[in-house]
Design a protein around this ligand. Structure first.
Ligand SMILES: [Zn+2]
Length: 238
């Protein structure tokens, strides 16, 4: 049962509801952050401050039915999700949604048809195309390089990498596109895990997430060599 007396529900205004549904793409913020579950979920609008008449967008989150239930039924004794925690999860989800939407190559929501197999691998390229391909390589090198030296994913560099690789689909072939996509997803996952692990105490949930973090760290620390090898043939000026 709820720890607080529930305020009567005021129906969420339609425009706010629409904005929330679009912003979250109906992904549950808790599922997303604790299990990297990016599936669309049947769910409900949760009022994070437990005040059901506060329909400010900042107070709302889309949660799957079971997480909404858990969130609302928390008591001061149990280790329920806190408001600050869910707000952090929500911002990470929104960041993921934004970047997946703005990017063709990451195809976060659908399995888009893949690009034709060859886009000038090993052929001389025009300077303009060369420059655009080089920008992608530099963004990847900066992101992974910083990670290797600090052990952390830099949010700003990840943003630049996401922006510069949004056209990778058209600039390279499918293998490069896939590889870049994996660099992005693993970096994003790692950044999210770092944030989430800070908030989770020792226990089962944490034990499940730590190996995921290690796996991504290992993969990212070793990805630059292979990436360089598959991008190099596209950077031949002839
Ligand atoms: Zn959920």
């Amino acid at each position: 049962m709820s720890a607080k007396k529930k305020t009567p529900r005021v129906k969420t205004p339609q425009d706010i509801e629409t904005r929330l549904l679009v912003q979250s793409r109906r992904r549950c913020a808790i599922c997303f952050c604790l299990a990297f579950d990016t599936e669309r979920k049947p769910g409900q609008i949760a009022h994070l401050d437990q005040n059901r008449s506060n329909n400010d967008l900042a107070n709302l989150a889309w949660l799957c039915l079971s997480h909404h239930d858990q969130y609302d039924s928390k008591t001061s004794q149990s280790k329920g999700f806190t408001e600050a925690e869910v707000k952090t999860f929500r911002s990470l989800l929104y960041l993921w949604v934004q970047q997946s939407v703005s990017s063709v190559s990451f195809g976060g929501f659908t399995n888009e048809p893949s690009a034709p197999a060859s886009k000038g691998r090993g052929e001389p390229v025009r300077l303009e195309v060369y420059d655009r391909r080089l920008t992608v390589w530099h963004a990847a090198r900066d992101l992974v390089g910083k990670f290797v030296s600090t052990g952390e994913v830099d949010r700003k560099l990840l943003g630049s990498f996401g922006a510069s690789t949004s056209e990778a689909h058209f600039l390279f072939d499918e293998s490069v596109d896939k590889f870049l996509s994996e660099v992005y997803h693993r970096s994003f996952q790692l950044m999210t895990l770092d944030t989430v692990l800070e908030k989770i105490p020792i226990g089962d949930q944490r034990n499940k997430l730590v190996p995921m973090k290690m796996d991504n760290m290992l993969w990212l620390s070793e990805c630059l060599g292979p990436l360089k090898r598959i991008i190099a043939p596209f950077l031949w000026l002839g």
